[in-house]
Design a protein around this ligand. Structure first.
Ligand code: DGT
Ligand code: CA
Ligand code: CA
Length: 595
C-alpha cells in the first residue's frame, strides 16, 4: 500500500509520536525538541509535505536531512526505521498515559516498570487499589487526582497529535470567570480575561488575565496563593504565571488604570491583529504598544494620545471599534477603516433553541424540565427535540412516538404562557442520504434537523453526496453538526466539499447549524463564514442533553460572531411566528422545486 498521499497532520502526528517515545526512553531534550519543532513546522506548512521534493523540503527552515529522509520513508512504508524501533520498546497504551494530567515520561516509565501499568484504564485501576501511593516518586496526591478524575483526560482537554494540550473555550471561560471573581474579592475593580479566550477561539493555550492596579508585588503574591493555583511558574510585582489545578497555565498582569485599555488591547491580540494595528499607527506617525498610542516623538511613551480604553485607541487610529472575536488579522482592520465592520449577532438577539434532547431519547431531563429551563433562561420560543430512529443506542423515536410526545408538549403549554412551544426531530441521515422517517411521516413533523451519526469514514465525495441527497428532501429544514468532529477526539468527516454544500443549501433554503456543544462547535468559525457568504441561513443550537446545557447557546453565538454573522443571518433571532413562517415557506418552496 502506498502512503504517498499522507497529510501534513499525518506526518506531524508521526513526528510527535517519535518525540513522545524518545521522552519515554529519556533521550536528550535536544533531540526531542527537534522532533516537536519539525512536527509543528510540517503541520503549518502551506503545501503537502509528501508531495514536495527533497530539495524543496530542505529549503524549508527547520527541516533537515534527517526529517526529509523520514518523510521519504513515510511515503513508502507509513513510518520510518527509528520510529519503528521505538514502537517496539513500549506498549502503545503507555503513550496514552502521557495524556493524563500529571503524568510525564518519567512517571509513566516508573508506573510501567514498577506496576506494569501501561494504559489509562490500568492507571485508574492501580489508583483505586491504592498501589500508586506506595511507589516512591508518585505519591498520594497523584493517586487522589487520578481517582477524582481530574487527572484523567480532564473534560475539555484537547490534545492533537501529542501537541501541547489546549483547553476548550467553555471550561476555560468558566475558569476565567471564577478567577476574575477572586480578583474582585482581592480588591481589583477592573479585571478581564484577554488573549484567545476573549477572542472566543474554540480552544485556548492559556488564560490571560489583566487587572488595573498598582504593581506593588502584594497583589500578584495573593493571586499566586489562590485555591485554583497548582504551582507558581514565575512571580514578579506586575506579573504572575501559574499552573492551575485544572491543568492549564494562567498569565496574570497588573497594569496602571491609565493604560488599561492599551494593555487589554495588546494582550487580547491576536498577535497578527496587533501587528496590523501597529503598522497602521506607524503610517500615522504614531506608535502603539501595551502602554498606549503615542506620538513617535514621545519615545518614552509618557503622553499617550489614547490608552485608557480600547474604544479611544481604535478611534484615534481612525477605525471603527473591532469586536475581539474578529481580531485575527484577517482583514478586519481594513474593514474597520472603511466603517464596514458588521454588527455581530449577540446573545440578546437569540429568541429560542431548536436542537436539544429530552429523556425520551438520550437527554438527562424530562420534557417538562427542559421546557421549564428554556422558560427560565429567557427564551421566547422553544422547539423541544429528540433523536429519530433508527439510532437505537439513544432511543431514537419513531413517528408514532414523535406524535405522542408532541401531545405531551402541548399539554405543558398552558403552564408556560410566555414560551411558545414546538417539537423538532434530529433526523438520522442514512448512508444513502435518505431519512429515518418516510416522506409522509416527515411531512407530519414541525421541524427537521438532519444529522449524520454513522459511516463517518465515507470518502470525501461520498459524504458530500450523502448530504446533497438529503438536501433534496423538502423536509430537511436544517443540517446539524455537518463535520461530526469532536474536538480532540474525532476528526471532521473527510474534507466535506463545503462550497458545493452551501451552494445547494442556498438553493433548497436548507439552514446549517452552528452546534454549541463545547467539543463540537460545528459549523466552525471558518465554515460558518463561508455559509453566510453563500447566503445560507444559520441555526444556532445548544444540542442540550440536560437543562444546564441550554447555556451552550452562548458558545454558538461566539462562533457566529467569529464568523462575522449578524442577526439577519441567524434564524434564532426570528420571533416564533416568523420562524414558523420561515419553515412553512421553505418547505412549500422546496416541494414545488422537487415536483
Ligand atoms: P493561545 O494562548 O495560544 O490560545 O493564544 P493567545 O492569542 O492568547 O496568545 P498568548 O497567550 O501567547 O498571548 C496573548 C496575547 O498577547 C496575544 O494574543 C497577543 C499578545 N502577544 C503575545 N506575544 C506577542 C508578540 O510577540 N507580539 C505581539 N504583537 N503581540 C503579542
Ligand atoms: Ca493565551
Ligand atoms: Ca499567555
Amino acid at each position: 500500500m502506498s502512503h504517498s498521499d499522507i497529510s501534513n497532520a499525518g506526518v506531524a502526528a508521526l513526528l510527535y509520536e517519535t518525540a513522545e517515545l524518545l521522552e519515554l526512553s529519556s533521550e536528550n531534550q535536544f533531540r526531542i525538541r527537534a522532533y516537536q519543532k519539525a512536527a509543528r513546522i510540517i503541520d503549518g506548512l502551506g503545501k503537502n509535505a509528501a508531495a514536495m521534493s527533497r530539495e524543496e523540503l530542505l529549503a524549508v527552515n527547520g527541516i533537515g536531512k534527517g526529517i526529509a529522509a523520514h518523510i521519504s520513508a513515510i511515503k513508502e512504508t507509513g513510518a520510518f526505521p527509528e520510529l519503528e524501533e521505538l514502537r517496539k520498546k513500549f506498549p502503545p497504551g503507555l503513550r496514552e498515559m502521557l495524556k493524563v494530567e500529571g503524568i510525564g515520561a518519567k512517571r509513566a516509565r516508573l508506573l510501567y516498570e514498577k506496576l506494569g501499568v501501561d494504559s489509562p484504564a490500568k492507571l485508574r485501576a492501580a489508583a483505586r487499589s491504592g498501589e500508586i501511593e506506595k511507589i516512591e516518586g508518585l505519591g498520594e496526591k497523584l493517586q487522589e487526582n487520578i481517582l477524582a478524575g481530574s487527572a484523567c483526560l480532564p473534560a475539555g482537554r484537547e490534545r492533537v497529535h501529542g501537541a501541547p494540550a489546549r483547553m476548550l473555550y467553555w471550561p476555560a471561560l468558566k475558569l476565567a470567570g471564577e478567577l476574575i471573581k477572586e480578583l474582585s474579592l482581592l480588591g481589583f475593580e477592573r479585571a478581564a480575561y484577554a488573549g484567545s479566550l476573549r477572542r472566543g477561539r474554540e480552544t485556548v493555550g492559556d488564560i490571560d488575565l489583566l487587572a488595573a492596579g498598582r504593581p506593588d508585588g502584594s497583589a500578584t503574591g495573593r493571586f499566586a496563593k489562590l485555591e485554583q493555583v497548582e504551582r507558581v511558574l514565575a512571580l514578579g510585582p506586575a506579573k504572575a504565571s501559574v499552573r492551575l489545578k485544572a491543568g492549564i497555565q494562567c498569565d496574570f498582569r497588573i497594569v496602571p488604570g491609565g493604560v488599561y485599555g492599551a494593555a487589554l488591547n495588546y494582550f487580547t491580540g491576536s498577535k497578527e491583529h496587533n501587528i496590523v494595528l501597529r503598522e497602521l499607527a506607524r503610517k500615522k506617525g504614531l506608535s502603539l504598544s501595551e502602554y498606549g498610542l503615542c506620538r513617535l516623538s514621545d519615545a518614552e511613551q509618557k503622553y499617550p494620545l489614547a490608552a485608557k480604553t480600547e474604544q479611544e485607541i481604535y478611534e484615534a487610529l481612525g477605525l471603527q471599534f473591532i469586536p475581539p472575536e474578529l481580531r485575527e488579522g484577517a482583514g478586519e482592520v481594513e474593514l474597520a477603516s472603511k466603517k464596514l465592520v458588521p454588527e455581530l449577532v449577540t446573545l440578546a438577539d437569540i429568541k429560542g433553541d431548536a436542537h436539544n434532547h429530552t429523556d425520551f431519547s438520550d437527554g438527562q431531563n424530562s420534557m417538562e424540565e427542559m421546557v421549564r429551563a428554556a422558560a427560565e433562561c429567557g427564551f421566547s420560543w422553544y422547539f423541544a427535540g429528540d433523536h429519530s430512529k433508527p439510532l437505537g443506542v439513544v432511543h431514537g423515536l419513531d413517528f408514532k412516538e414523535y406524535s405522542s410526545t408532541r401531545d405531551e408538549l402541548s399539554a405543558l403549554a398552558s403552564r408556560f404562557p410566555a414560551l411558545k412551544l414546538g417539537r423538532s426531530i434530529e433526523m438520522e441521515i442514512l448512508k444513502d442520504g435518505s431519512f429515518g422517517f418516510t416522506d409522509k411521516e416527515a411531512a407530519g413533523t414541525e421541524l427537521v434537523i438532519g444529522a449524520v451519526h454513522s459511516s463517518f469514514k465515507l470518502a470525501e465525495t461520498a459524504m458530500t453526496e450523502r448530504m446533497l441527497k438529503a438536501m433534496q428532501n423538502p423536509y430537511l429544514d436544517a443540517v446539524a453538526h455537518p463535520s461530526g468532529r469532536l474536538i480532540g477526539r474525532r476528526d471532521p468527516a473527510g474534507a466535506l466539499d463545503y462550497p458545493r454544500l452551501f451552494q445547494a443549501a442556498a438553493r433548497t433554503g436548507t439552514a446549517f447549524e452552528i452546534n454549541g456543544q463545547p467539543d463540537r462547535q460545528d459549523l466552525t468559525d471558518l465554515t460558518a463564514r463561508m455559509a453566510g457568504e453563500a447566503g445560507v441561513k444559520i441555526l444556532l443550537s445548544t444540542d442540550a442533553h440536560s437543562a444546564g446545557q441550554l447555556a451552550y447557546m452562548s458558545i454558538a453565538v461566539t462562533v457566529a460572531r467569529r464568523a462575522g454573522l449578524t442577526r439577519k443571518d441567524i434564524l434564532n433571532s426570528l420571533s416564533y411566528g416568523d420562524f414558523c413562517e420561515w419553515i412553512r415557506e421553505r418547505r412549500s418552496r422546496a416541494l414545488k422545486g422537487s415536483r
